[in-house]
Design a protein around this ligand. Sequence first.
Ligand code: SF4
Ligand code: SF4
Length: 101
Amino acid sequence: MSESTFMGVDREKIDWCPTIDYSKCNDCMDCVEFCPHQVFEVREDQTPKLIVKNPNNCVVFCRACSKTCGLDALSFPDKTETTKKIKATRKAEKAKKEAGE
Ligand code: SF4
Ligand code: SF4
């Protein structure tokens, strides 16, 4: 369980991690080797073999692993939309706090 925050919002409330397009992925595992944050998990003898196990370990706004994927199988949420959502969450939490909730 992560206790980190990003822009003042709990990481767990931020929807940012890679999505794997299994129609493109060939299980080369270059992304797994590249990412130092244990976001992915490789499950030998299971299908799909590669999963996003720890989405909250992904660094918000990082997309670096997608550049290692020659098959373009990794995608991320829209950055502008995510920023908007983070700001809205922060505003709502501030209002709650001020209301004494
Ligand atoms: S780098 Fe791309 S093709 Fe290779 S395992 Fe990761 S998502 Fe799949
Ligand atoms: S975007 Fe960055 S932190 Fe997230 S899985 Fe890819 S390399 Fe790891």
